[in-house]
Design a protein around this ligand. Structure first.
Ligand code: TRP
Length: 361
């Protein structure tokens, strides 16, 4: 640590502006970029993930940007005492990605759990020495997760996983990371680690690029309770894997208000507006237009329309999902190929790291 340089969080507005510029350049020069994204394998994905982040990743993937998707299985161990079904969740997550349109057959597309990539994990050790304890302590996302975990004893993995996440991103020298707002502190840390590593060990020829966050333009999807973000643990989600009847049942129970005439007014009518937004995302029509069409048909007409349009929209994805669930050999193949490619990258990077740190035998 040099001490002269501080981890410094940009204003959100500056990050949004930079992200928009990056977005334009990605469309023009996809070949300049390498994308890395990831999730923890804590369960299946829902339509909040789909509209909030998955479609954005798939869009970049289809532009031809090389795509690395890390399944952060070690990170599951940071905020809970009970670890169940991690391998099943890894499979289900992979199935969700593929069903949404991530296709390894395009080439340069890899899905892998980070626990299978030892050389990636080894980067954690030098990286830990580039960060101060106090910096880890101050990470706002970690603070929130500690509060939400309800645990009395917080393990050291909780404070250090953002450094591990920097290894996830930097091992393959990714330069663009599509994320939600909550991940921005982690991205800032990854950028800082890249910079400090280069300054300290490789000032002539930098080893790591500074990865840039790409914020999704998609709005936050509320749960069917209309009051908080959609999330499986809050029991207000429609899973991609839900069938059509279950989807209908969930929408039927969704919270609305007592006004009969349907209007799109996210400020004052969050519940109804969220349903309209979902119908809009499923149809490509404007929410105001859908509201007008329903008019005094009330919440029941809105729910009927949403059920039909959402089920129709999800039908191909769900069919693909079923097919993949019946072809677990293929899923294993995808993961094995992902691990092999990720390892090859990580071995190369670790070699360079050893070289510049003067640790080679
Ligand atoms: N921390 C992320 C989450 O909570 C998951 C994650 C792990 C990740 N490694 C990553 C996201 C690398 C983007 C890039 O969901």
């Amino acid at each position: 640590m040099t001490g002269k340089e501080h981890l410094n969080y940009d204003t959100f507005e500056a990050t949004v502006a930079r992200s928009q510029k990056l977005e334009q350049d990605l469309e023009k020069n996809p070949g300049k970029y390498k994308m890395l994204t990831g999730d923890r394998p804590t369960g299946r994905l829902h339509i909040g993930h789909l509209f909030g982040s998955l479609l954005n990743r798939v869009r970049l993937h289809k532009l031809g940007v090389p795509t690395f998707i890390v399944i952060a299985d070690y990170q599951v161990l940071t905020d809970r005492d009970v670890f169940k079904n991690i391998s099943e969740n890894v499979r289900q997550l992979t199935i969700d990605y593929l069903a949404c349109g991530i296709d390894p057959a395009r080439g340069n597309t890899y899905i892998f759990p980070h626990s299978y990539v030892p050389e990636l994990n080894q980067l954690l050790l030098p990286f830990l020495t580039l960060v101060a304890n106090a910096e880890l302590d101050r990470n706002p996302t970690v603070k929130e997760e500690i509060a939400a975990s309800g645990q009395k004893r917080i393990n050291a993995g909780m404070y250090t996983y953002p450094v591990h996440q920097a290894a996830d991103i930097l091992f393959c020298k990714a330069n663009v990371v599509p994320v939600g707002k909550d991940q921005l502190p982690h991205l800032e840390l990854a950028r800082t680690i890249a910079r400090r590593f280069n300054d300290r060990f490789a000032d002539k020829k930098p080893v790591f690029p500074e990865p840039q966050p790409l914020l999704s333009q998609a709005p936050v999807i509320l749960g069917l309770d209309g009051s908080q973000k959609m999330s499986k643990s809050r029991n207000n989600a429609i899973m991609l894997s839900a069938d059509e009847d279950e989807t209908a049942r969930l929408i039927k129970k969704a919270k609305t208000d007592s006004e009969r005439v349907i209007t799109y007014d996210p400020q004052n009518r969050p519940e109804v507006s969220n349903l309209l937004l979902l119908a809009s995302l499923a149809t490509g029509r404007r929410p105001e237009e859908i509201a007008e069409e329903i008019g005094d048909g009330g919440a029941s007409k809105l729910k009927k329309l949403l059920t039909e349009t959402l089920n129709e929209y999800l039908r191909p994805l769900r069919e693909k999902r079923k097919e993949l669930e019946n072809n677990l050999d293929y899923i294993r193949e995808v993961l094995n190929a992902g691990v092999a490619a990720a390892r090859a990258e990580a071995v190369k990077t670790l070699e360079e790291v050893r070289e510049v740190m003067d640790m080679k035998l």
